[in-house]
Design a protein around this ligand. Structure first.
Ligand SMILES: [Zn+2]
Length: 283
């Protein structure tokens, strides 16, 4: 039951421990909790429910008593992010699968001391309804996962220590390292121990060793650190603001959600619009 949550205010992280009397829940039936999913026809899975009152989940927006961790597993078969907002304890609004094209949709320009965001193209919309594979992630997967209770235990982490900072670079970054620890982090990061992705492949980029570690370091994520900007079209943030933070990471253990595949599920929360964005990465 390896669910990890991250406290960005205190630079701390917690891991789940099975506990029948624990305050949080993995799996279960959203209907049993009275949760309804709006704007969606297909099954949305309840991965877990985090309950307020635990310092580990202080990121839960005020006014909520719990925060459901959801995922449209079938929708993931079309390779898109899954986004939702929690409107109340019992109402979750799935956002349209709206994305921006890969190339410069928005351009930031400066004129007369002012900054303008120039919109170069419109939104590209995808319809959840007909672009999913009902057998994804595996044939016959259930509409709900078995329910179990758990609590969180704080894990040792020192953001000023090179090894610790590298281990969670994709979440908290390396900005708390002293010059001396940064030099150690560079040495460790470039020694092929899994913290930095194939730095030798980027030798012709002209990057310094520190830039290689800062740009290519991605731990604890398999592929890359998730986006820190919010894609909710109605978010009041501008498109370049870092408003989305990783709040939770689910990795498989003995709980089956992805079948045999080793998949990370990553939850980010926008602190401006409370939109939750869910992505998955595989080994
Ligand atoms: Zn937002």
């Amino acid at each position: 039951m390896p669910l990890t949550v991250f406290d960005h205010d205190n630079l701390a992280y917690y891991e789940s421990v099975a506990d029948p009397k624990g305050p949080h829940q993995l799996g279960g039936d959203a209907g049993e909790l009275g949760i309804t999913f709006r704007r969606i026809k297909n099954v949305v899975h309840l991965v877990g429910v985090l309950t307020v009152g635990d310092p580990a989940v202080s990121f839960i927006p005020q006014a909520f008593t719990w925060l459901p961790l959801c995922y449209g597993f079938r929708f993931a078969s079309n390779g898109k992010d899954f986004q939702y907002t929690v409107e109340s304890d019992t109402s979750i609004r799935i956002l349209p699968d709206t994305t921006f094209s890969d190339v410069g949709i928005f351009e930031r320009i400066r004129w007369g001391g002012l900054t303008f965001i120039l919109r170069l193209a419109g939104l590209i919309k995808y319809d959840h309804g007909h672009q999913y594979d009902p057998d994804f992630p595996y044939a016959g997967h259930p509409d709900t996962f078995s329910k179990s209770k758990f609590r969180f235990e704080r894990q040792p982490y020192d953001p000023e220590n090179a090894e610790d900072a590298l281990k969670l670079q994709g979440v908290f970054g390396l900005k708390h390292l002293s010059n001396g620890e940064m030099q150690r982090a560079i040495k460790i990061g470039l020694s092929n121990n899994g913290y930095v992705s194939d730095p030798e492949d980027y030798d012709d980029m002209g990057w310094t060793d520190q830039e290689k570690v800062e740009i290519l370091g991605r731990s604890p994520f398999y592929q890359t650190a998730p986006s820190t900007t919010c894609d909710n079209p109605k978010c009041p943030s501008d498109r370049y603001e870092d408003t989305a933070k990783v709040i939770a990471l689910h990795e498989p253990d003995d709980d089956v959600v992805w079948g045999d595949a080793y998949v990370q599920m990553i939850y980010t929360l926008c602190d401006r619009c409370n939109c939750i964005n869910v992505t998955n990465q595989c080994t």
